[in-house]
Design a binder for this molecule. Structure first.
Ligand SMILES: [Ca+2]
Ligand SMILES: [Ca+2]
Length: 415
């Protein structure tokens, strides 16, 4: 039998103090957000900067969110009312700057996250990753923007970030006009060292960048390695938007915003003997480590095991184990008090990509293993799973009769 991974009380506390997912369908209420400097709202829309000269603003989600284990976020934005061709653009920023949810950089080309030459160190947002939606072509620090309609991802590692394209770890001329006054959608996903960005409805990412919050990436114009970030608690960051105007201007508006951290549904949540949280689910005798991912070879048997916790009264609990043929999408999962399912369970009548692997409650959802197998409850996937394929596995436990909690999840990659 493999060993349990017991998570300490410190992590339990940190889970309480961070958000796993949130969603704003509009900004009629800004509860949970901090609006900095010129940022405001109008008619349920976040106005990160209004269409005025030399504005700078930021909007941050107040609670840090886990980023290290992966996340997906999406927002709709609009740049309108241009003067002088419109400027300067906005940025989606992931940061652990000392100023947290009050951080703000300079105006004009700095897009509210960078800073100009000669201003004090600490003005730019340090320890950050910024995804620029840059609407005004400039040349800062000897590195020019591609054009006045650019998507560029900047980081300076734990140090100050900069609008200089010398800090870019990946950029592209936007295939759509970012500042045409129309509503556009940006979607960002980070998982296992890959940062992917989609614009509007295109199926393929407009940018796909090798980057890891722990390891870093490469500043492309100078081919220089750049370190990752020094995250809060090693895993968390503050997320939000910055924007700016200069001698030319436009509005920079956010119409909606959703965020989902993968970590929440993947964390153990069953109380362990002595406190903390306990994993109950393992694949090939592994809980997947910090990334919660187990890689298995195609055409090899894969053993999935779920163990009843040792702590009474959970030693006789009912167990349900589900799988979904996709990465976690907890924004669609059902919330429990200790966490949210990584995906929508295969409930009757609901469209789902999920299946039940075993079910000691005999919920009648159609299982691969009968309801009362010998403990530990385990099954072996038949050889010949399609390759490559990604499944998210999620355990549920009945902590008291008819009271259920999410236990840990594991991402299984068959390659
Ligand atoms: Ca620019
Ligand atoms: Ca730029």
């Amino acid at each position: 039998m493999h060993g349990f991974r017991i998570l300490g009380t410190t992590l339990l506390l940190s889970l309480v103090l961070v958000a796993q997912s949130f969603s704003y369908s509009n900004f009629a209420s800004t509860t949970g957000l901090t609006l900095v400097n010129h940022a405001t709202t109008a008619a349920g829309v976040l106005v990160v900067t209004p269409a005025l000269i030399s504005q700078r603003g930021a909007v941050w989600y107040d609670l840090p969110v886990p980023v290290a284990s992966g996340f997906e976020t999406s927002f709709r934005f609009r740049c309108a009312q241009p003067s002088g061709g419109g400027a300067d653009g906005l940025a989606f920023v992931i940061q652990a700057d000392a100023r947290l949810n009050t951080a703000l950089g300079n105006h004009a080309s700095a897009l509210g996250y960078g800073a100009f030459v000669g201003v004090p160190t600490g003005t730019a947002i340090a320890n950050s990753l910024a995804i620029e939606l840059d609407t005004f072509q400039g040349n800062f620090g000897g590195f020019a923007d591609l054009n006045g309609n650019e998507i560029s991802v900047h980081t300076g590692g734990p140090g100050d970030n900069s609008q200089s394209e010398g800090y870019s770890i990946g950029r592209v001329a936007s295939p759509v006009n970012l500042s045409d006054g129309l509503v556009h959608t940006l979607r960002v996903r980070y998982f296992e060292g890959l940062l992917e960005i989609w614009i509007d409805a295109a199926a393929a990412p407009v940018l796909s960048i090798a980057y890891d919050f722990a390891i870093g990436g490469t500043q492309i114009l100078s081919a220089t390695p750049v370190a990752g970030l020094s995250l809060l608690n090693g895993t968390d960051a503050v997320v939000g938007f910055t924007a700016s105007t200069g001698g030319s201007w436009e509005t920079h508006e956010i119409l909606d915003w959703t965020w989902t951290s993968f970590e929440g549904c993947l964390a153990g949540s069953v109380p362990a003997i002595g406190g903390g949280l306990q994993d109950t689910l393992a694949v090939n005798l592994s809980e997947g480590g910090l990334g919660r991912t187990v890689v298995a070879g195609v055409n090899t048997p894969i053993t999935i095991e779920m163990i009843r916790p040792l702590a009474s009264p959970l030693a006789t609990s009912n167990l349900v184990l589900m799988a979904n043929f996709a990465l976690p999408a907890p924004a669609t999962g059902l919330p429990f008090s200790a966490g949210t399912l990584c995906f929508l369970p295969p409930l009757p009548g609901l469209p789902s990509n999920a299946l039940v692997l075993f079910d000691t409650l005999n919920l009648g959802l159609g299982t691969l293993v009968p309801g009362t197998p010998p403990a530990p409850f385990s099954l072996t996937f038949p050889a010949g799973l399609p390759s490559p394929v990604t499944l998210t596995l999620q355990g549920v436990i009945e902590v008291t009769p008819f009271t259920f909690e999410v236990t840990n999840g594991v991402i299984l990659r068959v390659v």
